[in-house]
Design a protein around this ligand. Structure first.
Ligand code: DON
Length: 331
């Protein structure tokens, strides 16, 4: 257990923690061979399953990075957090919560069955595909580019640069995503969509194909940990009530049908993507003053080998270990 760092100066602490994280990444990299890269989007099959990297950015500015840190990857389902935040900022929270629920499904991220079986009045939550596609339809604008512009503006504010779409991954998903089209048609038939199906799906495919690095993901996580305020300028980028709902959704629904286990064994709001990314948000803690990152941090993980639920297999194990060692759980 890491102890007694409260009196360390930041440089010593950073160096010391870096050593631990390097060892842990090297150890958990072995678990990458227990998973498989996503194959249902042909372009994602090209990922290297052996990769594993982590970036941790504290709300105090401290940064620890290790492993495969410089590989840009498409954020996939992590984008669902950003589109929901933008839709809440555009339309208001109560408008959104009237149209998309906040309940976990216990089903796979791309399940259609539960929508029909349970005769839902609105999709279960914005982090499963049915909810996220509904959110894409609610975003302001008629074309996918108009709908996406505020998401890019939000990311630019959060990251201080404007990210781009990986066009190959976007086209690959657009041309192969029969299941998402099926979900889209079901949502159209039930009257949940607020824009035409084509621009809605184009928006969804494009937002999933936005390319970021784990450091970007960690930085966004840090802003969420800091209640939506930029850690350098203190500017409110995401209104606090919206940041709070986003974190609650990440905790209860962010890891799909593994969300309960992740909350129990790791205890941090997190959102995964099928390309192997995870964004985790560690709010400030009032206990364990001698633990690292007590003022909160954001964590970005990348490890393309996935478990059965579509979450990074080594990434989850690495996060679980770090959460235990540093007492990061919110519980
Ligand atoms: O809907 C899809 O198939 C993807 N573009 C996003 C899914 C995803 O990332 C699921 N996450 N683990």
């Amino acid at each position: 257990m890491v102890q007694g760092i409260a009196n360390w100066n930041t440089e010593q602490t950073e160096e010391w923690l870096q050593g631990y994280v390097d060892d842990w990444v090297a150890f958990f990299r072995k678990h990458t061979n227990e998973g498989k890269v996503a194959s249902y989007i042909p372009e994602l099959k090209k990922a290297n399953p052996d990769q594993l990297g982590i970036s941790i950015v504290g709300t105090n500015g401290m940064k620890i990075q290790s492993g495969d840190t410089s590989i840009p990857f498409t954020i996939q389902s992590i984008s669902k957090v950003f589109s929901f935040i933008v839709a809440c900022m555009e339309r208001g929270v109560s408008y959104m919560l009237d149209r998309v629920d906040v309940e976990p499904t216990g089903e796979a991220f791309n399940s259609i069955m539960h929508l029909e079986m349970r005769q839902v009045k609105k999709p279960f939550n914005p982090l499963v595909n049915a909810g996220a596609i509904t959110v894409s339809s609610i975003l302001e604008g008629n074309t996918s580019d108009e709908k996406l512009e505020p998401i890019f503006e939000l990311l630019e504010k959060l990251l201080h640069y404007r990210p781009a779409i990986d066009v190959d991954v976007y086209e690959s998903e657009r041309d192969s995503s029969m299941r998402n089209r099926a979900i889209g048609y079901y949502l159209l038939e039930t009257g949940f969509l607020e824009s035409d199906l084509n621009s809605t799906l184009e928006t969804y495919f494009k937002q999933c194909s936005i390319e970021l690095t784990i450091e970007d993901i960690a930085r966004i996580g840090t802003t969420l940990a800091n209640d939506g305020r930029d850690i350098e300028t203190d500017e409110e980028i995401i209104p606090r009530p919206i940041a709070r709902i986003a974190k609650a959704l990440m905790l209860t629904c962010g890891m799909y049908d593994a969300s309960g286990k992740f909350a129990t064994y790791v205890g941090i709001p997190a959102k995964s993507g099928v390309s192997g990314g995870i964004m985790a948000v560690v709010p400030p803690r009032v206990r364990s003053e001698d633990m690292p990152f007590i003022e909160g941090c954001g964590i970005g993980v990348f490890g393309p080998a996935l478990d059965k639920q579509g979450n990074s297999i080594a990434g989850i194990r690495l996060l679980k270990h770090i959460a235990r060692q540093w007492d990061l759980s919110i519980f």
